[in-house]
Ligand binder design. Sequence first.
Ligand code: NAG
Ligand code: NAG
Ligand code: NAG
Ligand code: NAG
Ligand code: NAG
Ligand code: NAG
Ligand code: NAG
Ligand code: NAG
Length: 637
Amino acid sequence: MLHKRYLLPLLAACSAAVEISVASSGGNATSNLQYGIMEEEINYCGDGGLYAELIRNRAFQGGSSYPSNLDAWIPVDGSALSLQNLSKPLSSALPTSVNVKGSGKAGLTNLGWWGIDVREQKYTGSFYVKGTYNGTFTASLQANETGEVFASTEVVSKSVRGAWTQHEFTLTPSKAASNTKNTFSITFDASETVDGSLDFNLISLFPPTWNDRPNGLRKDLMQAMADFAPKFLRFPGGNNLEGDTLAGRWKWNETIGPLKDRPGRATTWTYQETTGLGLVEYMEWCDDLGVEPILGIWAGFALNGDAIPESELGPYVQDVLDELEFLTGSTDTDLGALRASLGHPEPWTIKYVEVGNEDNLNEGLESYTSYRFRVFHDAIKEKYPDIIILASTVELTFPEGAGGDYHLYDTPDNFVSKFNYFDQFSPDHPILLGEIAAIQLNGREIVWGGDAHFSMYPWWIGTVAEAVFLLGAERNADKVLGTTYAPFFMNLANYQWSPTFLAFNADPDQTARSTSWHLYSLFSHNSFTNTLPTTSNDTWGPLYYVAGVDSATDSHIFKAAVYNSTADVPVSLTFDGVKSGTTAQLTVLTADDALGMNEVGASDIVASQTSTVTAGANGVFDFSLPNLSVAVLKTVA
Ligand SMILES: *[C@@H]1O[C@H](CO)[C@@H](O)[C@H](O)[C@H]1NC(C)=O
Ligand SMILES: *[C@@H]1O[C@H](CO)[C@@H](O)[C@H](O)[C@H]1NC(C)=O
Ligand SMILES: *[C@@H]1O[C@H](CO)[C@@H](O)[C@H](O)[C@H]1NC(C)=O
Ligand SMILES: *[C@@H]1O[C@H](CO)[C@@H](O)[C@H](O)[C@H]1NC(C)=O
Ligand SMILES: *[C@@H]1O[C@H](CO)[C@@H](O)[C@H](O)[C@H]1NC(C)=O
Ligand SMILES: *[C@@H]1O[C@H](CO)[C@@H](O)[C@H](O)[C@H]1NC(C)=O
Ligand SMILES: *[C@@H]1O[C@H](CO)[C@@H](O)[C@H](O)[C@H]1NC(C)=O
Ligand SMILES: *[C@@H]1O[C@H](CO)[C@@H](O)[C@H](O)[C@H]1NC(C)=O
């Protein structure tokens, strides 16, 4: 197998090695935000994915773009389900409820987010009901096809005429289902009601969540993030932050508080979102992974090209200042007190704010550079001078201390050709690589819109090309703040965009950590605090690399990728001051198939091999890297 070859002893005579000498001083301090996560409500990745809610369409939320409907709900035993806007709704945010009418056993069944994962663990559920009923409800999880019941519980009704009453329950299956073709039902005895019917709304069911948070996040996906050692979270998008129209923008204040007070909204990705994963949940996500929030704020522009005129920006700027007070204000402030009332008395710290998203697109650049960026920038800086403001593009003249966000979706070859891209930038203005992904095969055109036909998943040669680009970014890590793949997640059952960093379905055991996940994990686990200058007797390519030192462990680190080589590349590496006999761990990632992908439910195609390399005479580390490999060598202090 190709990926084992580098372990063979090298024959000095036949090696035309690339000689690399790493100096002991003279580099640059690096940002500590390599690498991160990008959040965007797309691909049913929040709703239907990371947000652990198992019930789809739990509150019949809709609007003019996506009218409320009965998707994912089917009647039990011939019951009639009808959507109604009652004169007394559950809340103004959730005006539409379902009336369930039957005779005898009546009820409704939810199909989940294209299946429900049932295993021996505690599920926590609740629902609101309105109408006179003195009997009991039955909540259950069962196999869709066979009807086998995995868990069932009786919930004594507290329901009364003319009011909404919340009922809570737990379900603990005594055995796991063999697949995710399972459903959730609530039934009741219609003959014990006044007219054979009851009204239901906000029907919810959660499995155990990461860190046991109520309204929390799916464990396998949080684990997949935690395992690659992320350093930041950019949220809440993306196009989804901007909205299709000015009115459709993401509004922080409508994503907080009790679920019954969150109206949800039309995403920019063809579906309605619940906003159950809202601002507070994003911050808890940061807390739970120990990552730095990079807060995206709405910048007066929507995807249809509409911009708020400068004279009318005031309320939107105030809205951002309010959001920052909500997040960071002391509990003496109104909004800080509101945050405390939601369970977070400790203020959060926001160090980075990004103004808008991709304002260089959709003809947004002119209003962005002429006033929108400046107005938001100045107002935030005035009240919060320590916050670093990032523009959503690099196509502008930055005010002092501000930086920008650079996005790249391209072919592998074009990623490699941008290895030197950041050499031209100034260290005075930090650059976030807020969306990075190889998406299309070499030799194919990238066509945007409609039928994009990008790669289904990250694939190995694309990942290696991303590695070359990231090495270029790390060489400039005094300028490049951090990098994240985007989009991050995809629910295979219903998605609008591929490829993504992680892909999944209803079965947590089938989650796919992509080939690029392996790259980010290797590089992020081997971060250094300072780059070190290198000299070589060869040019860049097919070997690309960066070197540095980690002051915490005093380790010297060399990161490399080989792209487009006709043979293995022998390397003779020295670090100034590192003596012969010093040992290093060499980790090499390879894959047998350049076009191979890590697919949902399939085995991992990335081979990771770690070996020990000892510095020989004159402190030289000799090793060889195969074509299409990514490697890290780290000295053991
Ligand atoms: C670099 O030096 C090595 C060892 O002397 C030699 O094998 C190799 O050919 C040199 N490479 C170049 C491009 O000169
Ligand atoms: C409920 O009200 C919304 C908003 O006015 C409307 O779009 C929807 O059609 C109504 N639904 C029903 C079932 O009446
Ligand atoms: C339900 O219970 C209440 C209180 O016990 C009682 O007053 C009422 O008549 C009962 N309603 C029905 C329909 O049984
Ligand atoms: C369950 O059954 C319903 C109705 O037969 C069907 O529409 C749905 O796709 C099935 N769902 C799953 C997860 O098997
Ligand atoms: C949220 O804030 C916006 C102003 O940005 C306001 O128009 C809207 O009514 C607020 N929503 C709620 C539920 O208070
Ligand atoms: C890959 O190698 C081929 C053949 O040598 C060359 O034509 C092509 O430009 C190379 N691509 C890159 C990105 O280096
Ligand atoms: C350090 O940064 C300066 C200015 O950005 C740059 O010229 C130099 O090449 C960098 N050194 C290294 C080792 O990356
Ligand atoms: C190296 O990888 C490139 C890209 O997949 C491929 O074209 C080339 O044939 C490979 N070279 C060898 C020797 O395997």
